[in-house]
Design a protein around this ligand. Structure first.
Ligand code: BG6
Length: 486
């Protein structure tokens, strides 16, 4: 327990939740007037996803949402975070509104409210309509900001009376890097300068929509969800400490400072300018970024990173702990070999942490890092925090009598929640915790094999099978945990 003070209880109204994203669960990819999104297109490019898996059917939540919400209520969930597919609401991104798309989310929201489950709506979980990609180059054009505003205005108007919590962008750091630098997400671009340019446009869209929301839904709360990882120095050598600070600016503050203060961190901006890859920021942009104030920060937490002084200034340093770069781990963006054409080469070197174990997919398991993250973010920005994702991807096994004995997931969640409780005791203002995920779902690049849910869905990478929902052991554990803590 906490050595400094008595551990605090979670508040009665704490939002114990679970999360999902449209493309990963809905399926019905071309039904009821939905237009294609960039993920519908990208997953059809051979070799891009694990075994060619896609979200055409996903776990068929579109047709089974009532069953899923009933299971949520059986579990006692207080909140459910899901995303709206922009291409269901406005199939070509900016033209006519599709009433059937609105109807689906209207029904889902009403169903949640019927069971007293607070809806938390993400406006953008990576699936811009393909038509906007084709017409404007998606997030590389300022015209897309206007289209995004129109879509947001439509859903604020339709659901703002019932939905209090809204998330603007999910993990902007991940989708811009994977999409524009590593070509491992759509739009399949590999150009670091274009990544920074697109990222700036997304920042402007984020700010515009926060301002619009505050006019339209003054009683609501809105903020972005960021994929945060704490940075650690590998040793107490001040050069390693400096490298970890550099990594913090590069991996975290580059986004969080803009969201919360309206400015880019000077260190990274200067460095990008020197390299000729900085985004163009006008005076009007600066004003806009400063004007938008999120009401809370969404934090998605999986793992952080460990850093050593860079090899340009310190070529004599041995790097025996060096990490393998992975294009499929969104939290490990250290380039290697020919990919290492700046900008982080001069700032830090990403290395293995000898103290941490890893998941089956090589992600570090670091529950204390969760407490560190919450404290760092809260102390720095002084905004309430909603944990919008945290969970364990594993290969679950369906045993006889429909048993899924995912004790490893329970252990993971339990230790993370304990550290969150310590952070609460330390003084962090926390609104809720959404585990990733409610049902099993499509892992963007790892298919259906990498499972995260409390509820097993009987399908695999080869096809949908019967899509039966089966609560895992963790389902009953979370149900009992919520009962005890609210
Ligand atoms: C987050 C995303 O990056 O991590 C989720 O917001 C995603 O959409 C989750 O599913 C886990 O990632 P992965 O690659 O293991 O599916």
């Amino acid at each position: 327990m906490n050595v400094l003070s008595k551990i605090k209880k979670f508040p009665k109204n704490f939002l114990w939740g679970a999360a999902s994203a449209a493309y990963q669960i809905e399926g019905a990819f071309d039904e009821d007037g939905k237009g294609p999104s960039i993920w519908d297109t990208f997953t059809k490019i051979p070799g891009k996803t694990f075994n060619g898996t896609n979200g055409d059917i996903a776990v068929d939540h579109y047709h089974r949402y009532k069953e899923d919400v009933r299971l949520m209520s059986e579990m006692g969930l207080k909140a459910y975070r899901f995303s709206i597919a922009w291409s269901r609401i406005i199939p070509d991104g900016e033209g006519t509104v599709n009433p059937e798309g609105l109807k689906f989310y209207d029904n889902l929201i009403n169903e949640l409210i019927k069971y007293h489950i607070e809806p938390i709506v993400t406006l953008y979980h990576w699936d811009i309509p393909q038509a906007l990609q084709d017409k404007y180059n998606g997030w590389e054009s300022r015209k897309t900001i206007q289209a995004f505003k129109k879509y947001c205005q439509t859903v604020f108007k339709a659901f703002g009376d019932r939905v209090k919590y809204w998330v603007t962008f999910n993990e902007q750091n991940v989708f811009t890097a994977m999409g524009y630098r590593w070509a491992s997400h759509p739009p399949n671009v590999s150009d670091v300068k274009r990544m920074y340019a697109a990222n700036h446009i997304v920042n402007l869209a984020n700010a515009e929509v926060i301002n619009l929301f505050h006019q339209m839904v003054p009683q609501g709360k809105i903020g972005p969800s960021f994929g945060y990882g704490p940075t650690y120095p590998i040793t107490a050598d001040p050069n390693d400490v400096l490298a970890a600070d550099n990594a913090d600016d590069f991996n975290n503050n580059w986004w969080l400072d803009v969201y919360c203060r309206g400015t880019y961190p000077a260190l990274v901006m200067n460095h990008l300018k020197d390299l000729g890859i900085a985004p163009e920021v006008t005076l009007d942009d600066e004003k806009l970024l400063k004007s938008a104030k999120p009401d809370f920060l969404g934090i998605n937490y999986y793992h952080g990173g460990t850093f050593q002084q860079n090899q340009i200034e310190h070529p004599d340093k041995t790097t025996q702990h060096e990490k393998n770069f992975s294009k499929t781990d969104p939290y490990l963006m250290q380039p290697k070999g020919t990919q290492a054409q700046t900008p982080e080469m001069a700032m830090f070197n990403n290395v293995e942490n000898p103290y941490l174990h890893k998941t089956q997919w090589g992600w570090e398991i670091d529950s204390v890092g969760f407490r560190i993250s919450l404290r760092r973010v809260y102390e720095k920005y002084q905004l309430p925090i909603m944990v919008t994702e945290n969970g364990l991807g594993a290969q679950d096994k369906l045993e006889d009598n429909n048993v899924i004995n995912d004790q490893y997931r329970i252990d993971y969640l339990q230790t993370h929640i304990t550290e969150m409780q310590r952070a609460l005791t330390d003084g962090v203002d926390l609104l809720g915790y959404c585990a990733w995920s409610f049902t099993d779902l499509l892992s963007w690049l790892n298919g259906y094999k990498k499972r995260y849910g409390f509820v097993y869905v009987d399908r695999d990478d080869n096809g949908p099978k019967n899509l039966t929902r089966i609560p895992k052991k963790s389902f009953y554990w979370y149900r009992d945990f919520i009962r005890r803590n609210s």
